[in-house]
Design a protein around this ligand. Structure first.
Ligand code: NAD
Length: 367
């Protein structure tokens, strides 16, 4: 993810209306094999180190993007904030709720530091359009909302283990910690918070080949389906909100999806067909889904013509534009063109912690 950010920096000229730009001046990674890539591509880099504390002593650094395994989030994020550097952290923003609480407390104690968390899902143009429709109350009373993030490569039982399949590095949340912030971001931003949750968690593959090919335990949850009760802020009525995070969803390479159904209108989008927005507007007549093929109609304007396709790396660039814009201007460009806030990460931790309890106790848990 560090290199994804670096690549977005290199492509900043793509954006035509930004008053600020990031300059990559230092890199920290424990893996020296990555250094040449950074050195060869970014003459602006003046410091490369394997010790993040050395990097934090560098007065030329204003902001840090920190993308490390989840067990390191609390220590590194808090040290970055205490060093007075603005922070763009990765999800899940702490390996568990305790770690997230500690990060949130550290942010509270350092109000001059700007902190946001990564999630590029809402920056796809159809999602931006759905955001505008929510702001215009186009859906009416909410009937149901479904949001999810699905992977499938773990269907291959020969896939070697990595840190994301180990509790010590990825955390007890398993797939929820790794994938969950993405499908939470948009519903939370819409004001659709989970009031309670009934979770079904699955551990399908219990062993995977280790470094030497010998089988080792694969400890984390592969799939999680969370059925939540949420409340429509306009009516005060409850509606079902599902958040699905699955690492074993056959056929789904890397699918984000979102669907809202309301009494006046419905909308849905999936990254399987990233330019296609589907909407159903109900005015009493026929109920028909319309398909709109959207092009590069991004929140942060760029050089690409409006008819061309928008992709994953565009969403990364847009997410970074949202971070830099808000850091420089002191306010987000718009409600849905802004990054996950620390408070939203805290809400996701309450949800995932309640989900673990729900599955263990076969109970409905308050969030
Ligand atoms: N937003 C997204 O779409 C997205 C996608 C993938 C991963 N992530 C998140 O990014 C984070 C990292 O995931 P990844 O897939 O990039 O993992 P990764 O294993 O590919 O990269 C982690 C990097 O951290 C380095 N590292 C480990 N300990 C370090 C330390 N003490 N100091 C400095 N560097 C250290 C490793 O050498 C490695 O290069 C996680 O929080 C993950 O959830 C986000």
């Amino acid at each position: 993810m560090g290199r994804e950010f670096a690549s977005a920096c290199a492509r900043w000229c793509h954006l035509t209306e930004m008053n600020a730009r990031p300059e990559l001046v230092a890199v920290c990674d424990k893996n020296p094999a990555l250094y040449d890539w950074y050195r060869d591509n970014f003459p602006s880099i003046k410091q490369i180190t394997d010790d993040y504390k050395t990097l934090l002593d560098n007065p030329d650094i204003e902001a840090v993007y920190c993308a490390v395994p989840h067990n390191l989030h609390e220590q590194l994020y808090c040290d970055i904030i205490k060093a007075g550097k603005h922070l763009f952290g990765e999800k899940p923003f702490g390996i568990d709720k305790q770690a997230n609480d500690a990060i949130i407390e550290c942010i509270r104690q350092h109000p001059g530091v700007f902190v946001r968390c990564s999630s590029e899902f809402p920056f796809f143009p159809p999602m931006q359009k759905l955001g505008k429709m929510i702001e215009a109350d186009a859906f009416g009373e909410i009937i149901e909302v479904n949001s999810g993030f699905l992977h499938s490569s773990d269907l291959n039982q020969d896939k070697p283990i990595n840190w994301k399949r180990m509790i010590a590095f990825n955390g007890e949340y398993g797939c929820m910690g790794d994938l969950g912030m993405h499908p939470c971001h948009f519903p939370f931003r819409a004001g659709w918070f989970p009031k309670n949750v009934r979770a079904v968690l699955s551990k399908l593959v219990k062993q995977r080949p280790g470094k030497d090919g010998k089988m080792v335990p694969c400890e984390t949850w592969d799939n999680a389906t969370l059925l939540c009760e949420s409340v429509d802020p306009h009516t005060g009525n409850s509606f079902p909100l599902t958040i699905k995070t699955q690492r074993i969803a056959p056929g789904e390479t890397d699918t984000w999806y979102f669907e809202v159904k309301g009494m006046r209108g419905c909308g849905r989008w999936s990254s399987k067909n990233p330019r296609r927005l589907e909407v159903l507007e109900y005015t009493g007549g026929e109920q028909a889904w319309r398909q709109i093929d959207m092009g590069w109609e991004a929140a942060f304007k760029g050089i690409t013509g409006g008819i061309f396709e928008f992709g994953f790396t565009d969403s990364i660039l847009q997410m970074w534009a949202a971070f830099v814009y808000e850091l420089a201007e002191g306010k987000p460009k718009s409600r849905f063109a802004s990054c996950v806030t620390p408070a939203e990460t805290a809400m996701s931790h309450r949800l995932f912690t309640a989900a673990l309890k729900s599955w263990k106790n076969e109970s409905v848990e308050k969030v």
